[in-house]
Design a protein around this ligand. Sequence first.
Ligand code: ADP
Length: 671
Amino acid sequence: MREAVQNSIPSRLYKDPKNQQINLHFEELVNASPVAIYTCDANGYIAYYNPAAVTLWGREPKIGVDLWCGSWKIYYPDGKPMPLDSCPMARTLKEGKAFEAGEITIERPDHTFRNLLVFPKPIFDDRNKIIGAHNTLVDVTDQKYGEEKQAILSAIVESSDDAIISKTLEGIITSWNAGAEKIFGYTEKEIIGKHISTLIPLSLRAEEDVIIGNIRSGRKVDHFQTVRVHKSGRELQISLTVSPVKDGSGNIIGASKIARDVSESLAAEKKIRQSAERLQILNNIGKVISEKLDVQSILQHVTDATTQITGAAFGAFFYNKIDERGESYTLFTLSGAPREAFEKFGMPRNTAVFEPTFSGKGVMRVADIRLDPRYGHNKPNHGMPEGHLPVVSYLAIPVISSSGTVIGGLFFGHPEAGVFTEEHEDLVSSISSQAAIALDNSKLFEDVKALSAKKDEFIALASHELKTPLTSIKGYLQVLQRTERDHMGKVFITKTLNQVEKLNDLVTDLLDISRIEAGKLALEKVTFNLVDLVLEVVENLNYTHQSHHILFDSGNAVMIHADRQRIEQVLINLLTNAVKYSPHANQVWVNLQPSENNVTVKVKDQGIGLTTEQQKHIFTRFYRAEGAFNIAGLGLGLYLTREIVERHQGCIGVSSEAGKGSEFYFTIPLN
Ligand code: ADP
């Protein structure tokens, strides 16, 4: 290598013996230089290169063989391959002129790339003839990478939507990106050199000391939510991240801040939360409205929910009722204020402010009622009476029934102006129309309840009034039956007595019903043998109902503690039904099944039976299945039977098939 280098030193330097010493120094210098240097002869063959050139090329060229350049491959700065004979050295030799700072990229045999600045220059002899050229190659790869990195970082900072700001430890702003300008409104020129407190609201200035304190001790402040001020004075919700900036030796010299305007996302979050809350309220109110039938709780729920939804200080529902003085006197429900806050005031409905609501003209939403032309004309108060809760924002919505009647109005107040929005108006209007339907329903329900109460009252009165004369008639007939001698007379009296007996049974059932409704069906419990009772009833019925034979296979005694007369009534009801509803059969079965805790009595017939749907209703008052219409009855027996069984903590049921027969059963606890 050394030999090759010596051979390649331009001959001019060697020819001059005076310069030999200098030449040696020169050779030392070039070989030790960290900068790559090489020369070519006039034909372009490499004549000399120093060790730095070998390192840079990643290969060693052959002296006198390699042409123009020692690089493995060469590229233009834009990445296109550069033919070897177009390289700067080739051009210098061909054109006989120097190239200053030409830029090329070389590829080494190991496929690594370097960016170079090249400085080829021709060498002339004494007669100005080109005898070769030298080239200096400066490796600028790291510098170029640094520049690129810097450019990328700057582009990122500039294109960021976040504000990226740097400041000194004293709080002086030193850099400001486009995002910062967009968020805070200041241009870079306006703000650089100013103190960071320009952006901090007065009340939060102390925050900066805490932040700088953290930065000085090398700690980062992460996603800190706070408020900053826009150039216009408007406050911004900001999420802040502040990190220390260090110099090359690791000293903290300032801070970089990334601020994100979260006002919109916070507002959106708030809106979503509010919508969810509203949905929840609407859902609840819908549920209450569809489930409840009493006016008071519907109105209270509606008033509470609408007051909450509108953010009103208080809300009230006033019924559209007027007293003799023309005042709507009933404050019906109230939310957000004690009842006493209103009770002392009448509710003048004829004033211009209230009239539109009570006459159903529509919604009244006023940002400041004191400024409304309809306000303050009425004596004696000319506005809000003294002691009235302060109302500035006002919202009133009529509640109108499906028939068009104005049931009343929902009124909301707030001591600040402009609280109620169009959205509130829409929400309350839709709730109020739902409420109106619910109130209509509840009124219907109240009417039905009142009618039903009247009917019960009538049944109680009528059955009571009928019972007394019937008892007398029955008594006299029984006396007559005993004393009558004439055969025909006796027959007629007996027939009459049977009919009176039936009538008496019906009246007794009616009386029992009214007792049940009034909660007055008393039980007189005794301990007795159920087998004896069933035998007794079966015997009587077999005697009176000769069309059927009631079969009962009596077993051991079953002692129960119950109202004997009522259990007898249950047995008679089930057995007479079994007979009555099996007109084409002639047998009925009774059966008793004691278990450890209960005794079950089953009554089975082969009669008309019941469909599944009919079975669901037969224990309700006055229900009669379709197939029973040509058989006498009122539909009361099974209702009474179930009441009696359940009052004994027992249960009753039926299994039946239409056209095949039924089996009714009831269970009474043994203790
Ligand atoms: P009533 O017999 O006076 O109509 P109940 O309350 O005793 O009143 O019975 C209610 C209805 O149940 C009857 O109208 C009838 O339709 C049906 N029902 C009761 N018992 C039977 C039965 N054993 N078989 C078929 N249907 C019956």
